[in-house]
Ligand binder design. Structure first.
Ligand code: ADP
Length: 257
């Protein structure tokens, strides 16, 4: 599958000011199309995580509008907000698995947005959803770990379970917030390869924020550079020259693009 011209994520003059006055994002305009593999890079504290969390409204923005598939998540409430969030899977640096639960149970929680709470508590998942969970585990090649407790897996395996959990949600977008920060190079490759396969074969849009420029250049189709809450570069990976990368990571406030 390839990229399309269908916008799945749109930022319209988005700013975020934290309650303590820190400016997280400053007037960001952005359109990400279906099927893109976007990597957000920048210094620690630049606003990468803030940008990511604005996409699925893990926190509210202060100004502007964020649209998912053309619908404002900024203005959405109740069921409408839930419906938009279902389309967005997320994986984190710290995996966020329930350590004492089995891999299967963890992956099934990807369906949480589709069930009333009481069914979740009782673990009443449909056969179809269990199948989805097995399929997702097959995609990340962990089908033999279905009944293993999450805390008995290696870090890389845990992150792949987190990817399977996101897939079980049947998302159109996967957000990956520093997904490889706690992994060694070999495991990093495995996790990034999984994300690339999901992007290319399933057409799921991936937005990841990464510390490593080398990994960003190896996997991204497009790079977004953030500095001090502002978008300072946005273009195809081929245009992100060493000079531009150095400028994204510099302390100087001059625009690079
Ligand atoms: P990055 O992901 O690029 O490391 P962040 O998005 O986490 O950067 O942070 C951007 C800026 O916002 C930083 O100055 C950070 O200290 C600040 N920040 C992040 N989260 C909060 C918060 N909950 N309250 C106040 N300031 C925050």
């Amino acid at each position: 599958m390839s990229e399309s011209n269908h916008p799945v994520i749109e930022f319209d003059h988005v700013s975020k000011i934290y309650p303590n006055g820190v400016v997280g994002l400053k007037d960001i305009d952005l359109t990400i199309n279906q099927g893109e593999f976007v990597v957000v890079v920048g210094l620690s504290g630049a606003g990468k995580s803030t940008l990511m969390r604005a996409i699925n409204r893990l926190h509210d923005i202060s100004e502007g509008d964020v649209r998912i598939d053309g619908i404002s998540i900024t203005k959405a409430k109740g069921k409408k907000l839930l419906n938009i969030r279902r389309k967005i899977g997320m994986i984190f640096q710290s995996f966020n698995l329930v350590n004492r639960s089995s891999v299967l149970k963890n992956v099934l929680t990807g369906r949480v947005g589709y069930y009333p709470t009481w069914k979740m508590v009782l673990g009443l998942f449909s056969a179809e959803d269990k199948q989805r969970a097995y399929d997702a585990l097959r995609t990340v090649e962990l089908e033999d770990k279905v009944y293993t407790r999450a805390d008995q897996l290696s870090g890389g395996q845990q992150q792949r379970v987190a990817i399977a959990r996101a897939l079980t949600q049947t998302p159109t977008i996967i957000l990956a917030d520093e997904p490889i920060a706690s992994l060694d190079p070999q495991t990093t490759k495995r996790v990034m390869d999984d994300l690339r396969r999901i992007n290319q074969e399933m057409g799921i849009t991936v937005v990841a924020n990464l510390h490593s420029v080398e990994v960003a250049q190896a996997y991204a189709t497009r790079i977004i550079g953030i500095r001090a809450g502002q978008k300072v570069f946005d273009g195809p990976v081929t245009e992100a020259t060493d000079e531009i990368i150095a400028s994204i990571y510099s302390g100087n406030e001059q625009e690079v693009s």
